[in-house]
Design a protein around this ligand. Structure first.
Ligand code: MG
Length: 166
């Protein structure tokens, strides 16, 4: 049986992944409204990815004989200053998620739950990847932000993104 504190934290993490997805949908809505369709697509696909992260935890809880519990999601940020601002806020949120996963891993170590430690390793690696991706986009967009033509070309690339769960 899973440790009670671990169950609570895994459920919180599940909801946090859905919250991240909710935030990305809101970012996509802003970008779509500003007619940045490629960037909007990027965030729509990112939202799907977050949903799949949530479902990974949902499946894990079920595998361990625990019921997943959903909670209300906070209202996401709905307004942004620019494309760059959106990406910066996305990275800031991913950093919060990383911290939360590390805390979760600390608890798993504390209670010596080796299966959960192993399960969380995927998330720890994934967060390194997520932060690196946003960091790179921020660097590029900051570099070209006053050049609408370059931004357009960059956006076309992100418009091709299609998420598929492994
Ligand atoms: Mg995630």
């Amino acid at each position: 049986m899973l440790n009670e504190k671990l169950v609570k934290s895994l459920n919180e993490q599940l909801n946090m992944e859905l919250e991240a997805g909710h935030n990305y949908l809101s970012m996509a809505a802003y970008l779509e409204y500003r007619s940045y369709e490629g960037f909007a697509n990027f965030f729509m696909e990112q939202a799907k990815e977050e949903f799949s992260h949530g479902m990974r935890i949902y499946n894990y809880l079920n595998d361990r004989g625990v019921k997943a519990v959903y909670s209300a999601l906070p209202t996401p940020p709905n307004d942004f200053d620019s494309v760059l601002d959106v990406f910066k806020k996305a990275l800031a949120h991913e950093k919060v998620v990383t911290k939360s996963i590390h805390n979760l891993a600390d608890i798993a170590y504390e209670v010596k739950d080796h299966a959960t430690i192993s399960f969380l390793n995927w998330f720890i690696d994934e967060q390194v990847e997520e932060e690196a991706v946003f960091d790179t986009h921020i660097e590029y967009i900051a570099r070209i932000k006053h050049d609408e033509n370059a931004l357009f070309i960059y956006e076309q690339e992100l418009g091709k993104r299609k998420f598929s769960a492994e």
